[in-house]
Design a protein around this ligand. Structure first.
Ligand code: FMN
Length: 205
């Protein structure tokens, strides 16, 4: 297995668990992860997961492979993800708030997270945004549309139900598997749809 390098930002949208699972999955798969956390993301982590994430975080207590995770403060614009020459294959904003999404859509690189995304777009690195908001305003939609035109992948935190999830964890894994699939990272969480169950036609009638 060859080791790859990714940058992941947790921002202040709901769904902190998606970001946690993504970093776990990438580091468990043997890859290096540059981790950035916005200040609002820390608040959401506390609300949703009861996790008080220090600055810098105690990676050893959070992850099984802390040596593979490189934390950068969200204002550290001199950190590796800010540079086009860094050995970083893709940048993933997960979850992605509408605030961060709007700033990236307008090239407003006020901190490391927006800068990393901006660099990904200019360097042709893969940029995946995992927005979560509902309902969506025209401003949100136009910002997403601008990003899609610029080459970003908009992968909203919208779990599907056709695999018949049995738990919240199944729903979380559904979304994270979609991200891993787009990154070409193998995972048992991704289940290719091969058509309906054999009893489907019967149930329909
Ligand atoms: C508990 C909680 C849940 C939130 N959920 C969302 C959300 O789902 N989507 C969103 O765009 N903003 C959400 N917000 C608001 C953002 O955190 C806020 O706009 C913040 O300024 C975004 O900053 P950031 O983009 O730098 O992380 C939430 C805030 C809190 C405290």
């Amino acid at each position: 297995m060859s080791q790859r390098s990714f940058a992941v930002a947790w921002t202040g949208a709901s769904g902190a668990v998606y970001g946690l699972r993504l970093v776990e999955a990438l580091s468990d798969a043997g890859h290096q992860v540059h981790l950035m956390i916005s200040e609002p993301a820390r608040r959401v982590l506390l609300h949703e997961e009861g996790m008080k994430v220090a600055d810098p975080p105690d990676l050893g207590s959070m992850f099984e492979h802390p040596a593979r995770i490189h934390y950068h403060h969200s204002k550290a614009v001199e950190a590796a993800p800010a540079s086009g020459s860094a050995d970083i294959e893709a940048v993933i904003l997960c979850p992605c708030s509408m605030g961060t999404l709007g700033r990236v859509a307008h090239g407003y690189s006020s901190g490391l997270i927006e800068r990393a995304a901006d660099v990904a777009l200019k360097e042709g690195r893969k940029l995946i945004l995992v927005p979560r908001e509902t309902p969506l305003s025209l401003i949100h939609l136009e910002n997403m549309s601008a990003l899609a035109r610029a080459g970003a992948i908009l992968l909203p935190a919208m779990p599907g139900f056709y695999h018949r999830p049995e738990s919240m964890e199944d729903l979380v894994r559904f979304v994270v598997a979609k991200i891993l699939h787009r990154l070409g990272v193998e995972t048992s969480w991704h289940k290719a749809w091969t058509g309906p169950e054999p009893d489907w036609e019967e149930a329909r009638t």
